[in-house]
Design a protein around this ligand. Structure first.
Ligand SMILES: Cc1ncc(C[n+]2csc(CCOP(=O)(O)OP(=O)(O)O)c2C)c(N)n1
Ligand SMILES: [Mg+2]
Length: 335
């Protein structure tokens, strides 16, 4: 574990652990709900990658923004979205963030700075540039963190977005979650460079590699990139090296990854590593860690209960919110 480079209170450290456990339990329960057929479509668990989102979002203010991916629950939890509204959304209920119309891959919460998950691989990279540039035009100093995967890093739109972000000096931090696989394609079979961060040179901004299973290291590199973006110095590409412990999705029944590779990464579990650091160097009592995990389990269980009690949308309301209202261009309407 990296030692924190900024002064961090025990409460702040414990909060990072709570967020990681909330993601872990949220995903474990979501996979169960998928098996119970309460979730339609799919669920792409973030298990094993919790430190990336939690570390990156710990460097953000409430008025900063994120964009997300098909594997987006962890980003949402880390940005402080309500677990209850998230769970209701993914089981398609009226109380969900998008009234149950979006589901797992389309959670959006503008009031929490969550610009949207995106089922289109690399799709949100361009949204992040537009949002970042828009913030500058509004005279605001908020920033946008854009999460994407190693597979997404080879999509054309990602290169266009990074180039434009550089040209505009847009306040965007690109966080590549390199979990070594894109469904069943290993990164070595799809990617011409060993380090995706090296590509930043081609866009004309800094590229940084970080251990994505080390929440404190992740938070520190994100804080530096966020400060740069906020100061008007433009984007940074952070490549967070990590791994997904669970299959590509809850619907994926085959996993081509070598079992010994999985075992090696399980030993680097970001939650267990951080827990060891907390009870060691940081001097937190082991009983306190159990309380934190228990709290996260309770939070998730309450979210499941809330979601199940929420009504299903009425079929005749299916087209509500699909089309913009006729007056959407009226000055002031979007303010
Ligand atoms: C444009 C596009 N192409 C293909 C897909 C199908 N697809 C869904 S997830 C995925 C793999 C993405 O891999 P990566 O970006 O590494 O993210 P990870 O799943 O590893 O988190 C693919 C190809 C898609 N959703 N969108
Ligand atoms: Mg991947």
């Amino acid at each position: 574990m990296a030692s924190p480079t900024t002064t961090t209170s025990v409460q702040q450290l414990e909060h990072l652990l709570l967020r990681m456990w909330q993601i872990r339990w949220f995903e474990l329960r979501a996979m169960e709900l998928f098996e119970e057929k309460l979730i339609r479509g799919s669920v792409h668990p973030y298990i094993g990658m919790e430190a990336i989102a939690v570390g990156a979002c710990a460097a953000l203010r409430e008025d900063d923004y994120i964009t997300s991916t098909h594997r987006g629950h962890g980003h949402c939890v880390a940005k402080g979205l309500e677990l209850k509204l998230m769970m209701a959304e993914i089981i398609g209920r009226e109380d969900g963030y998008c009234r149950g119309r979006g589901g797992s891959m389309h959670i959006t919460a503008m009031d929490r700075g969550m610009l949207g998950a995106d089922a289109i691989v690399a799709g949100s990279s361009a949204i992040a540039v537009g949002a970042g540039h828009g913030l500058r035009l509004q005279g605001r100093d908020s920033v946008v963190v854009c999460f994407f995967g190693d597979g997404a890093s080879n999509q054309g739109i990602l290169h266009e977005a990074c180039n434009l972000a550089a040209v505009l000096a847009a306040p965007v931090v690109y966080v590549c979650e390199n979990n070594e696989w894109a469904i069943s394609t290993p990164v070595t079979a799809s990617t011409s460079v060993s380090n995706i961060a090296d590509r930043a040179a081609g866009y004309g901004f800094p590229g940084v590699i970080v251990d994505g299973n080390d929440v404190l290291a992740m938070r520190d590199v994100a804080a530096e990139a966020v400060a740069r973006a906020r100061a008007g110095e433009g984007p940074t590409l952070i490549e967070a090296k990590s791994y997904r412990i669970t299959p590509h999705s809850a619907a994926t029944k085959t996993d081509l990854r070598p079992p010994e590779e999985l075992d090696a990464w399980r030993a680097r579990d970001p939650i267990l590593r951080f827990s060891r650091y907390l009870t060691g160097e940081a001097g937190v009592e082991p009983a306190r860690l159990e309380e934190i995990e228990e709290q996260a389990r309770r939070d998730v269980e309450e979210a499941v209960e809330f979601a199940k009690a929420s009504p299903r949308p009425e079929p005749e309301a299916a087209l509500e919110d699909v089309y913009a209202p006729a007056d959407w261009l009226t000055p002031g309407r979007l303010a």
